[in-house]
Design a protein around this ligand. Structure first.
Ligand code: SME
Length: 174
C-alpha cells in the first residue's frame, strides 16, 4: 500500500464537514498507530506522522513539526506542504505561543492572532499542538489550512491526545 493507510480519496485542501473530519481521524489514527508501532526515533516518527496526518487532514496546506533547538527557538522539522519558515522564536507566532505556554493553540482566524507569522499568505486558520516528553518541550505539531475555522475543538482534543501518546512516550529518542 503506497499511501501507507487506507482512507477515502478527498481533494487536497477540501474542507469536509466537522463530523466527517472527526470520522476520518477515527479511521486514520488506528492505522497510523499500527504503521509506527515499535518505532522510537523521533525524526522517523515525526516524518511518518507528517506524511500520514497530511492524508488524514485534507483541509491542510501545511502539516508537520517544528523542533525545539536551544532554549527558546524552533527549527523546521519533517513536514508536508508549501515551504515553511525555517526558524521561529518562542516569542513569535502561533507556534511560538504553543511552545512557550505548552498549550494547544487553536486559531480559527490567523489574521486575528497578534504576531501570526505568515509563511504562506493563503493560510487562514491554524492548530498547533505542543510535543512534551519527560517534562521537556521537544517540538510542536503545526497544522495550517487555507480555510477559516478548519480545525474544531474535537479535532484538537483527538490530535493532542494522539501526539501525546506517540511522541510523549518515555521511550522516544529525540
Ligand atoms: N503560521 C505559523 C508559522 C509556521 S508556518 O506557517 C508553517 C505561526 O504563526 O506560528
Amino acid at each position: 500500500m503506497a499511501e501507507g493507510i487506507l482512507l477515502e480519496p478527498v481533494a487536497r485542501e477540501k474542507l469536509l464537514p466537522e463530523a466527517s473530519r472527526v470520522l476520518r481521524l477515527e479511521v486514520a489514527l488506528p492505522q497510523i498507530r499500527a504503521v509506527i508501532a515499535g518505532e522510537t526515533d523521533a525524526v522517523a516518527l515525526q516524518a511518518t506522522l507528517a506524511c500520514l496526518l497530511w492524508e488524514a487532514l485534507p483541509q491542510t496546506n501545511w502539516c508537520g513539526f517544528y523542533r525545539r533547538v536551544g532554549e527558546s527557538q524552533l527549527a523546521v522539522g519533517p513536514y508536508q506542504g508549501t515551504m515553511g519558515c525555517l526558524r521561529i522564536d518562542f516569542a513569535r507566532g502561533v507556534c511560538g505561543a504553543a511552545a512557550r505556554t505548552r498549550s494547544v493553540q487553536r486559531v480559527p482566524d490567523v489574521h486575528a492572532f497578534p504576531g501570526h507569522i505568515s509563511c504562506d499568505a493563503r493560510s487562514r486558520s491554524e492548530l498547533v499542538i505542543p510535543v512534551v516528553n519527560q517534562g521537556e518541550l521537544r517540538a510542536v505539531l503545526d497544522l495550517d489550512s487555507p480555510h477559516l475555522d478548519a480545525f474544531s475543538e474535537r479535532e484538537a482534543e483527538i490530535l493532542h491526545a494522539f501526539v501525546d501518546e506517540i511522541l510523549g512516550a518515555p521511550g522516544v529518542v529525540f
